[in-house]
Design a protein around this ligand. Structure first.
Ligand SMILES: [Zn+2]
Length: 454
């Protein structure tokens, strides 16, 4: 199957170029048009202010005519503009014309996508930090996004303060107000590959916090297209830059992970539903629903924060216009360090990050592309996954952190409480069971259990 890239016209004008050419500006700055204090005071960048969606507003967002088509004009239009300006290290769109077989959907049940991208492997920015620690302090001496040129920035992205979507083609950059940027990834793996960099000038390390994750969900909502996904790699799970960022790109295919069956394991207060992935090579959790976007965002963020605090590397895929989030703890780098990964898999030099785990295999050698099969994709991803035992341990940590009861754990917890206390404290047991059925009070039940034992 041959896939074509959808081309969209650049609807936003070249005002930035005009600005960049103004003599006053080149006199004022360092000449690089950078993001440092030498150049930023004079900078003008487009600003897209999204409407904060609360509760049932999600359904109403279709009503008004937006001032600019977020995905087609702004994200993809500006991205194409940067292609024209030759800002990428290689041309990901050129692959298609040179070689009709640069892409394929691997035959089989899952529809893994194989892509050959030899350029990325050679020209990517090198990883500059240790892989065995999920949390590491920001280091301004290493590459970070404040070092990119203004021309790599597509627009500023923030919440609107008047409840309406707003767009300003030439907005000043208010450094004191912590702007978030959307910039190109100069090593794109796919059409429209961009980076969301929350509060860029705060120089946050690569770690999830509630506010930044909500911003990423808002970007998925604004794009309003299921083929535009956002992804996140923690340190130790193949993030290559320790400066907080999400990736996103457009690919008009369902990802295998999105088609995998799931089993519901918990319903939380706030309407968030958690499921476990089934029949997929990587074990993971799926978060959906929520009375508000913030409900969903907070639960996922808290789960990520728990993994971070426990030094468990993970990847996140934001899918279905921000309605579905996949969380995948992984152990490939750890296995690699321990010498437990098969030499054949290591030879492929594939780093299984969020896109590979989701089923979009970015291969670096022609040989692997030619030999791509569902079996090979599965073998690689199976190495990424935690074991069933470890996955359940990690789930226990997550469920404890987000203060809810996993159904399977519930049953076990109740039995244990029951076994120890049925003779002397029958009332306590009944209360615990009621709390658990309501999906609350897991913490309480645990404390209960521990205090009985103690
Ligand atoms: Zn400068």
């Amino acid at each position: 199957m041959m896939l074509k890239i959808k081309r969209v016209p650049t609807l936003v004008s070249n005002y930035q170029k005009d600005d960049a050419g103004a003599p006053a500006r080149s006199l004022g700055g360092c000449g690089r048009n950078c993001l440092k204090t030498c150049c930023i005071p004079d900078a003008k960048l487009p600003l897209y202010a999204f409407k904060k969606v609360t509760g049932k507003d999600l359904a109403l967002r279709e009503c008004g005519e937006p001032p600019v088509a977020f995905l087609d004009s702004l994200v993809l239009g500006e991205w194409e503009d940067r292609v024209q300006r030759g800002l990428f290290r290689y041309d990901v769109t050129a692959c298609e014309t040179k070689d009709a077989k640069i892409w394929m959907v691997i035959p089989g049940e899952y529809g893994f996508v194989a892509q050959l991208n030899e350029g990325r492997h050679l020209k990517k920015r090198p990883t500059e930090f240790r892989v065995d620690k999920v949390l590491q302090p920001f280091d301004e001496n290493k590459f970070n996004f404040t070092k990119v040129g203004q021309e790599e920035v597509l627009f500023q992205f923030e919440a609107s303060d008047d409840g309406q979507v707003q767009f300003f083609p030439n907005a000043p950059v208010d450094v004191d107000n912590s702007p978030s940027f959307v910039a190109i990834n100069v090593s794109p793996i796919e059409y429209g590959h961009v980076l969301l960099i929350p509060h860029i000038f705060e120089c946050l390390p690569q770690r999830i916090d509630r506010e930044s994750f909500l911003l990423a969900l808002h970007m998925a909502v604004e794009a309003n297209n299921p083929y535009f996904r956002l992804g996140y790699n923690s340190l130790g799970a193949f993030a290559t830059i320790n400066h907080l960022h999400f990736q996103a790109y457009y690919l008009a295919l369902p990802f295998p992970i999105e088609k995998a069956p799931t089993k519901k394991i918990a319903n939380l207060n706030g309407g968030v539903k958690i499921s476990e992935l089934l029949k997929y090579p990587v074990r993971g959790l799926v978060f959906e629903g929520g009375d508000t976007l913030e409900d969903l965002s907070n639960v996922v963020s808290d789960a990520c924060i728990c993994l971070q605090n426990n030094n468990i590397p993970f990847n996140v895929l934001i899918s279905d216009c921000g309605k579905q989030v996949f969380l995948l703890p992984q152990c490939y780098a750890e296995k690699q360090a321990l010498g437990e990964v098969d030499a054949e898999l290591l030879d492929t030099q594939v780093n299984p990050a969020v896109w590979e785990i989701s089923g979009h295999m970015v291969l670096k050698r022609k040989k692997d592309y030619d030999e791509a099969s569902e079996g090979n994709a599965w073998r690689l991803l199976a190495e990424v996954s935690l074991s069933e035992e470890r996955f359940q341990e990690v789930n226990d940590l997550i469920f404890e952190a987000i203060g809810c009861a996993e159904l399977d754990v519930n049953v076990q917890g109740v039995k244990e409480v029951d076994a120890v206390s049925s003779s002397s404290h029958p009332t306590t047991v009944v209360v615990a069971v009621l709390d658990l059925t309501l999906g609350r009070g897991f913490q309480a039940a645990r404390n209960n259990k521990f205090s009985i034992r103690g």
